[in-house]
Design a protein around this ligand. Sequence first.
Ligand code: PHE
Length: 339
Amino acid sequence: MEERIQKLLAEVQAFNAQTKDALEVFRLKFISRKGAVTELFEELKKVSVEEKKRLGKVLNELKQSAEAKFSALQETIENSSTSSSDIDLTLPPVPNKVGNLHPLTLVKNRIIEIFERLGFNVADGPEIEDDWHNFSALNFPDNHPAREMQDTFFIEKNPDLLLRTHTSNVQIRLLEKQKPPVRAIMPGRVYRNEAISARAHCFFHQVEGLYVDKNVGFADLKQTLYHFAKEMYGKDVKIRFRPSFFPFTEPSAEIDITCLICKGKGCNVCKYSGWVEIAGSGMVHPNVLKNCGIDPEEYTGFAFGMGIERVTMLKYQVNDLRLYSENDIRFLKQFQTVI
Ligand code: PHE
């Protein structure tokens, strides 16, 4: 009998199970009510008193060892989330979810691509700006109502600082440090203190364009934006310039393209005019050049600024500005193709 117990003990110690089924076999064999341990305890009743003492000790050892092994194995199996028998290798894999660029990024990249081919560089500037770069250098006189065209977020602790209301601040930063010729576009985020609605937001994105050199004329501005509109929206799109006012350009013009939503027939996006505004533009005001240390007798330039949200809206017929910043995956995943 002792030999049998020792053999079982060795078997228990060497045993290993990776699945619940294998562990059940172990339980049945050793510790169930009909298992080897119970059976041996039955047999123990029949042996002499001295034998009982000695064999009882070994048998208890077997019992404890089997039980300890059982709970240890049970724990490891339960902790490993899948046992090999749970894996069905014939199932098709769950595809990895592939993200895509935000529609505003796609359109921004496309705008950059169009202007880079015309020789424009990409420039960048700060979103927290001082009054000089956002307003004064751009020929906004102090206390002039033109400042109210753009509702501004000021930084409370320092009223000279504000969140830029347009990307025109980068024009100034560029012209201050670089001698003409300057030919750059400046994409970036801008802020205005406006109530959020389908048509307005407190932050949005613009791309500013600036070309300053000798003999730059209004015809260059027209041709550049004409080219841009055709590249962005296709050759059938029409473009028109409407006289306008900006303190930093003279003359100034707003640029409209034919409404791509109704194809010029009239709808609520174009307010039944058949045209939608996509950019502001004009010839850089001589005062702006002077403020940056550039002689306006020698150099002239044009500038324009467009809203990326607006350009995107017309490209993809998005009818609510808020969709761009809500992070709704159902909206975002509609823009998987690179334009
Ligand atoms: N900064 C102007 C705006 O935000 C747009 C603009 C840029 C107009 C450059 C003319 C020239 O409305």
